[in-house]
Design a protein around this ligand. Structure first.
Ligand code: 8GP
Length: 827
């Protein structure tokens, strides 16, 4: 070795890996080195998975120096950080994103080619980490991407579930869930740090002790688990910044094992281990519904306890005065799942750092902010007092005290208003005594935000009206956004190239620059290229669906896509009724097949395993798909594709290919939606209700470039109050009646009427989300869609304007809003 002498303080020791060479040859060499030294195989003997793992590690090397450097910079100049607390991160595949962030795509491709390998094949080997359910989890992934890209100090805290969201398969048209063992073939993007494990207690009791003449409560937990952190890189977009996502994995403590082992009960020892490790075993596959299971509360407490300890003991500089904690951190609570962090911080400050109650509360009430993601009252988490007391007795005491002091404030501000006190209490009495997590978050949070303008308004007026009356300034809005890196640049290379050719580089981090595309909507040649990019995306999708699902779709039909979790409020059934109605009109000769615009309806949707009605709807969609696709009378005009297991990877292929985006929830029910933004930014037109972020999309793209239909939220509320009778709507509307009757007739279910009945009967006699009430408006608007689509120049013009005018929906802008309105308002 000829270089300088290495000492513990030399720069080489701070970042011993240096930077691998950014050349094709250098990359190939790094890769081969990883293959032999990392995987222990020669290229000639390596499997595809060996190659995938070695390639991932090679790409990692290129990020490593930046990661260490970012961490060093943040340590040496500590500033206020964002601690994003989220039980879900729906990350999607990592490799493509890492290649984009490092700008190594071309180099990697050529290097692999020189070795006779193919980058695409390699990328396809990756199992996406599906550590989230849907929009809420994907939003967290977009936010950490944006924060890294903007060089904002952030740690994303969450859970490293061993099994993510289930893999969906269909058997006889019905959803069957298969475990998602995403770690099976290795986790090349995760860095385990078992040495930095932290211990978390559960159960037991509290006792009162007197210390220095002061009475204090103390928690004596009954059992403990270890939280082992796994670090994942969060690279900014080509800016040399790499932030950290810290996901916790549960492990049994040694002491616990030993105790039981020593008692001679081997089987019991192994069971104990299982109990502990079950905590991070599996993601709850629920979306917009609470899942009141003990294990879920364990998960929630487990990851926030690990995270707070990690921040206070490891991340914060030694000796920092915890009275000023809010100068170093703001914990953003992604929905109510991490809200138990509030009493946990109180406990840490009082029981472990000797703070008095008032001191601890002064700090705690400055360190948290809360984002609500729903409008469905049944989706607001409540935890039975009995359960909280059994699992977290000290926290229950703290919650009671917070509530006591809070209610005293309410009484002094609203004397004599005991009904209000009962509504606002953190503890509910009926139907069972339980902790209302949203109330706790609102009481303790510096800010409470909704995720789109309309949602934030309804949150103030309908979900938490008493709180907004008491603290009007606490409530704010931050409209959601999506990362343009993954959802435009990576997902849509054709359109991205066209944009760069037209307006130059840099739009990926300054998405409002897309505005510069606007004049090109009038440029015929540009429109032609725009259409060509869309057609190329459709071709890619068509090929993928054949290989992935054995589904064939026609080459030139309009792609009409509805992809999102299956939920009644989202109204996949409304889409289904439109399809059935169109089909019925053709087969009954009411319209000529050739007069109908050819469409491929694409669905993607997982149902929560316990959500029976959602599963019935999936079955019915598949039944309709099978019948229509086999019916010669509509061949070439109507087809329905429902690829199983819609996930981030499929979204990246499907969204860029779509012409029409279906955002058809009942007004006032979809908090925001983010798929709506992804579609618009990829040049699909939206047919949508006046709901969630649709409202803001329409405001920006203009009425002429958006197909609005359906009741507005106040009309929904009015009809609800008046009494909504779906069967009367059915009776009064002949085309609706025909579609419903056909659906009920057994035509799509092999003659068995019973199979369609659960869905049909619910629509007729219940229809909580007024599907039938919006049917007429929907089909009329779909007729306008058809007419407009026939004028391809006009359609393309509108599609271009959608892209040009939706720069606002970058998650970078969301992050700027959070920074200004919530995290660092004084900056
Ligand atoms: C979702 C909303 O349904 C969706 O409109 C929004 O775009 C997304 O969050 C991101 O903000 N909400 C949920 O998934 C949700 O509320 N889940 C928790 C209640 C369990």
């Amino acid at each position: 070795y000829e270089g300088p002498r290495i000492t513990p303080t030399s720069p080489l020791a701070a970042a011993p890996v240096g930077r691998p060479p950014r050349t094709v040859e250098g990359f190939a060499r790094e890769f081969l080195r990883e293959l032999s030294f990392g995987e222990g195989v020669a290229l000639s003997r390596s499997s595809r998975n060996d190659q995938y793992l070695a390639l991932s590690r090679t790409i990692r090397h290129y990020l490593m120096a930046d990661w260490l450097e970012t961490a060093r910079r943040r340590r040496e100049q500590p500033t206020k950080m964002v601690g994003y607390l989220s039980a879900e991160y729906l990350l999607g595949r990592q490799m493509g994103n890492a290649l984009l962030a490092t700008d190594l795509g071309e180099i990697a491709k050529e290097a692999l080619q020189s070795l006779g390998l193919d980058l695409k094949t390699m990328r396809a080997q990756e199992v996406e980490p599906g550590l989230g359910n849907g929009g809420l989890g994907r939003l967290a992934a977009c936010f950490v991407d944006s924060l890294a890209t903007m060089d904002v100090p952030c740690i994303g805290y969450g859970i490293r579930y061993e099994y993510g969201i289930f893999r969906q398969t269909f058997e006889g048209g019905r959803q069957v869930e298969v475990p998602d063992s995403w770690l099976h073939l290795g986790d090349p993007w995760g860095f385990p740090h078992p040495d930095r494990a932290v211990q978390v207690g559960f159960g037991g009791r509290t006792e009162t002790v007197t210390e220095d003449g002061v009475e204090r409560s103390r928690w004596i937990p009954e059992w403990n688990v270890l939280g082992v952190p796994y670090h994942y890189m969060v690279p900014g977009y080509q800016n040399g910044v790499v932030n950290t996502l810290r996901l916790w994995s549960a492990k049994a403590t040694q002491e616990f094992d030993l105790q039981v082992f020593n008692s001679g009960d081997y089987a019991q020892a192994v069971r104990a281990q299982t109990t502990a490790e079950n905590i991070s075993k599996v993601l709850y596959p629920e979306d917009s519904t609470p899942q009141g299971r003990e294990l879920r509360l364990q998960q929630q407490y487990f990851f926030v306890a690990c995270s707070l300890k990690d921040f206070i003991d490891r991340t914060l500089e030694k000796g920092f005065d915890l009275h000023r904690l809010d100068e170093r951190i703001i914990f953003q609570l992604n929905d109510t799942h991490p809200v138990i962090a509030i009493p946990e911080l109180m406990r840490l400050l009082m029981d472990e750092h000797g703070f008095a109650w008032d001191e601890a509360w002064a700090v705690t009430s400055r360190c948290f902010a809360y984002t609500c993601h729903t409008l469905l009252p049944e989706a607001l988490e409540v935890w039975p007092v009995e359960l909280v007391g059994r699992l977290l007795p000290r926290h229950l005491e703290i919650i009671y005290r917070i509530n006591e002091e809070f209610l005293a404030d309410v009484r002094s501000q609203f004397p004599g208003d005991e009904l209000r006190v009962r509504r606002m209490s953190i503890i509910q009495d009926h139907p069972e005594r339980a902790v209302r997590m949203a109330n706790l978050a609102t009481v303790a949070g510096v800010k409470v935000n909704g995720v789109a303008e309309l949602h934030s308004q309804l949150l103030r007026d309908k979900v938490l009206p008493d709180f907004s009356a008491m603290w009007p300034d606490k409530f704010t809005n931050v409209t959601n956004g999506i990362t343009p890196r993954r959802f435009v640049r990576l997902a849509n290379p054709g359109l991205s190239q066209l944009i760069t050719d037209t307006i130059g580089v840099g739009w990926e981090t300054r998405l409002e620059r897309l505005e510069a595309l606007e004049p090109f909507a009038e440029d015929e040649e540009f429109r032609e290229r725009f259409r060509a990019a869309k057609q190329a995306n459709k071709d890619r999708l068509r090929k993928l669906l054949v290989v992935r699902d054995g589904i064939e779709i026609p080459e030139h039909a309009m792609i009409d896509a509805m992809v999102k979790r299956l939920h009644e409020y989202k109204r996949q059934t409304l889409k289904l009724l439109h399809i059935v109605s169109t089909y019925q009109q053709i087969i009954d000769g009411e319209v000529a097949k050739d007069d109908v615009v050819a469409r491929t309806f694409v669905f993607g949707a997982k149902a929560a395993p316990g959500y029976q009605m959602a599963k019935e709807i999936i079955f019915l969609i598949n039944s309709v798909a099978e019948t229509i696709n086999a019916d010669e009378r509509v061949q070439g005009t109507l087809s329905v594709a429902f690829p199983a297991n819609y996930n981030v990877t499929l979204a990246n292929r499907l969204i860029p290919a779509a012409d029409l985006s279906e955002q058809i929830s009942l007004a006032g029910k979809e908090a925001s939606g983010t798929g709506n933004m992804k579609f618009a930014l990829n040049g699909a037109l939206t047919i949508g209700t006046d709901d969630g972020a649709n409202v803001e999309i329409r405001e920006r793209v203009g009425d002429e470039n958006f197909f609005l239909f359906g009741m507005l939220e106040p009309q929904v509320a009015e009809l609800q109050a008046k009494g909504y009778v779906p069967s009367a709507v059915y009776e009064a509307n002949p085309s609706l009646k025909k579609a419903m009757d056909l659906l009920a007739s057994g035509h799509f279910t092999g003659g068995d009427r019973g199979l369609a009945a659960p869905v049909v009967d619910d629509l007729l006699y219940n229809d909580r989300f007024m599907t039938l009430g919006d049917f007429q408006s929907y089909v009329e608007t779909q007729a306008r869609v058809d007419a407009y689509y026939q004028d391809q120049e006009a359609w393309t013009r509108s599609a271009i304007l959608n892209v040009a005018r939706c720069g606002f929906f970058s998650s970078d802008r969301s992050m700027r809003d959070y920074l200004r309105r919530i995290w660092m308002p004084t900056h």
